[in-house]
Write a protein that binds this ligand. Structure first.
Ligand code: ADP
Ligand code: MG
Ligand code: MG
Length: 247
């Protein structure tokens, strides 16, 4: 589904990704772990097409098409979803307005019919219920005044409504209490654990992986994948730390 080959990228002319290669197949969950400053968030921004992140070498294909040639909204319409470490607040725009606009724009781009207001609200209510987020929260401006846990639950509601094929979730577990962590983990499994979808989980810690068991774990350090393994690698890292990898 996603093939990243020898990816090099710079931010403000500073090389951050230095030859990153990674393949993610349908039905798979991959976790990327790594020390602070390794380039994990940079990877997610580059895949999302954030301005200021320049690819200087390598390639990325998504379902065989050149992902890097697409505009950010085209990447989303193609089925890519990015979850952020710090979800943005959008004063003046309700979650419901925002999500209905986003979903219908993506549907139009795919040549699908728009959802009616009633069908959209039914979908939104089902996703909010599943995440334990009060429907009233969805009527409020996007993330404004939401707690950390509510923002992350809201992000999972967004993911459930948009129905992406590939979700890249950057430190979705940061700042969550145990109940929110469990709700978010269950949300990821429910929404994304199907044979035609895939997940790239970026995380510092093993604990989210207790809820969302990865098929593959990779270590990103110095802008490259320096080690790959199964779920046990996450446990080993938790025990030994990243410093041991340098040896
Ligand atoms: P991680 O998510 O793994 O902690 P990041 O991708 O956020 O790492 O950052 C990787 C490196 O890129 C860090 O050294 C960081 O300081 C640097 N970096 C990130 N954004 C910028 C920027 N806008 N300008 C300059 N350097 C940046
Ligand atoms: Mg970081
Ligand atoms: Mg980061």
């Amino acid at each position: 589904m996603l093939n990243i080959t020898n990816l090099h990228a710079t931010v403000d002319d500073k090389p951050i990704l230095k030859g990153l290669t990674l393949s993610i197949g349908a039905g798979e969950v991959h976790a990327i772990m790594g020390p602070n400053g390794a380039g994990k968030s940079t990877l997610s921004y580059v895949l999302g097409g954030r301005p200021g992140y320049e690819v200087t070498d390598g390639s990325v294909t998504f379902d065989g098409q050149d992902l890097l040639a697409l505009e950010p909204h085209e990447r989303a319409a193609a089925g890519l979803f990015l979850g952020f470490q710090y979800p943005v607040e959008i004063p003046g725009v309700s979650n419901v307005q925002f999500l209905r606009t986003a979903l219908n724009a993506q549907r139009r781009a795919r040549g699908e019919e728009e959802l009616s207001a009633g069908d959209f609200l039914r979908l939104a209510r089902a996703q909010a219920d599943a995440l334990g987020l009060d429907m009233e929260m969805l009527k409020r401006p996007v993330n404004v005044g939401f707690s950390g846990g509510e923002k992350k639950r809201n992000e999972m509601v967004q993911m459930g409504i948009l129905g992406p094929r590939l979700a890249i979730l950057d430190e979705t577990d940061s700042g969550l209490d145990i109940d929110a962590l469990k709700a978010v983990g269950e949300g990821i499994n429910r929404i994304m654990r199907t044979p035609d979808k895939a997940v790239l989980l970026i995380t510092h810690y093993q604990r989210l992986l207790d809820y969302v068991r990865p098929d593959f774990v990779h270590v990103l350090a110095g802008g490259r994948i320096v080690r790959s393994g199964g779920p046990d690698l996450a446990l080993e890292l938790e025990r030994e730390g990243y410093g041991a990898l340098a040896a």
